[in-house]
Design a protein around this ligand. Structure first.
Ligand SMILES: [Zn+2]
Length: 80
C-alpha cells in the first residue's frame, strides 16, 4: 500500500509531496526537519491537526525507528 506521494519520492528523491494521512509521508516530513527539534515538533503539530493522520505517537515511533536504523547503519559507531 503505497501512496502517490511516496511513489514519486521513490522515483525522484527531490519530490516535496507529502500526505498527512500516510505514516511514511509523516515520518519523512518529520525526518526532513531533523536535527532541528523545533521544526520537527512544528511538523508534528501540523500532522496532529490533520484529522486523518496516523497520530503523533505512531509517527514518533516510526521516526525513532528510522533514526535508529540510520545510526546503526552509519560508518562510525560511538558504542564500544
Ligand atoms: Zn506516503
Amino acid at each position: 500500500m503505497t501512496c502517490p506521494a511516496c511513489e514519486s519520492f521513490k522515483q525522484q528523491r527531490t519530490s516535496g509531496a507529502y500526505r498527512f494521512q500516510c505514516l511514511e509521508c509523516c515520518t519523512r516530513l518529520v525526518l526532513s526537519a531533523y536535527p532541528s527539534k523545533g521544526q520537527a515538533s512544528a511538523m508534528l503539530a501540523a500532522i496532529e491537526r490533520f484529522p486523518l493522520s496516523p497520530g503523533r505517537e505512531q509517527v514518533l515511533e516510526s521516526v525513532r525507528l528510522c533514526l535508529e536504523k540510520r545510526r546503526s547503519a552509519g560508518p562510525k559507531s560511538t558504542t564500544p
